[in-house]
Design a protein around this ligand. Structure first.
Ligand SMILES: [Zn+2]
Length: 283
């Protein structure tokens, strides 16, 4: 059997997991900001309350078959649902390809690394999307997920994982502290300069969580700096588009920068930030 065929099966598996998890993220995105349970009640139509049958719960497919409408009352169902499922599946697939590029990387350590950083990406998706919709970042996708980053930093080295995403528990703890305090400082300075709240505590908590997954130097140079660039570009685009200044949530910029780090952190560090690359053990 050829190598691509052997790797194709776990890749397909990653896509299927991504679709199912994306469907679960939709539930989190809708219910977490309203402080509702993500387990009960079962998924239902927001218009008529009709509980979805198993065939109506298939990611993407159900939405397409029902042509974006509730099968019971016919109310439109947002295309955001299948789009989140497709996005999550894409992230699962691309991350697998990045972490397991060939057969030599097809082992338990890399599978666990995939699971760990796929979970991290899912937290970023929820944080960014809820921030866009409600201007808040759920604690479950930020501060409560910090211990998860710490567990990842404890487990991956013990399995012998040595990718550029590897970090030890000390880096995870200092990453959370450095990330959180850097953004807390920025928030206080921004409030002082602009005379109004520009960065909320949700952003601070999100940054602490990101720090726990990426480490202290990386969180500053490979997440916070690129995120301010991304945020500026988004602000300028928004200003050009709507011709008015407005408050824009910062969570999506942080989440996007952190996701780019997961996929290309080593390449960016080697090419543009040799000091950071040296510290990460890449040079
Ligand atoms: Zn309905």
């Amino acid at each position: 059997m050829s190598e691509s065929l052997i790797l194709g099966l776990p890749q397909l598996f990653a896509v299927l997991i991504g679709l199912v998890v994306g469907s679960f993220l939709n539930v989190c995105i809708v219910r977490l900001p309203e402080d509702r349970s993500i387990i009960v009640p079962r998924s239902h139509c927001p218009s008529c309350g009709h509980t979805l049958r198993p065939l109506e719960l298939i990611p993407v497919v159900s939405w397409l078959v029902l042509r974006g409408r509730c099968g019971h009352c016919g109310s439109p169902i947002s295309p955001a649902y299948p789009l989140i499922e497709i996005l999550t599946a894409m992230l699962a697939w691309l991350l697998f390809r990045r972490l397991v590029p060939d057969l030599s990387a097809l082992d338990v350590a890399h599978a666990v690394a995939w699971l760990a950083y796929f979970t991290f990406l899912c937290l970023l998706v929820v944080a960014a999307y809820v921030d866009v919709r409600h201007w808040i970042i759920p604690d479950w996708a930020s501060i409560y997920a910090i211990p998860l980053g710490l567990i990842v930093a404890l487990v991956l080295p013990s399995l012998g994982y040595e990718g550029w995403l590897a970090l030890d528990w000390r880096q995870s703890v200092t990453g959370a502290l450095v990330g959180g305090s850097a953004l807390a400082t920025a928030s206080i300075v921004a409030r002082w300069v602009m005379g109004r709240e520009a960065l909320g505590w949700g952003d601070v908590k999100l940054m602490a969580m990101i720090g726990a997954f990426v480490g202290p130097v990386q969180v500053i140079f490979l997440v916070l700096l690129p995120a301010s660039l991304i945020g500026s570009v988004i602000s300028l685009a928004h200003l050009a588009w709507t011709r008015r200044r407005g408050y824009l949530p910062y969570g999506p910029s942080l989440a996007l920068a952190a996701a780019i780090y997961v996929f290309y952190g080593d390449i960016i560090a080697r090419r543009w930030l040799p000091g950071v690359a040296f510290w990460m053990g890449l040079l």
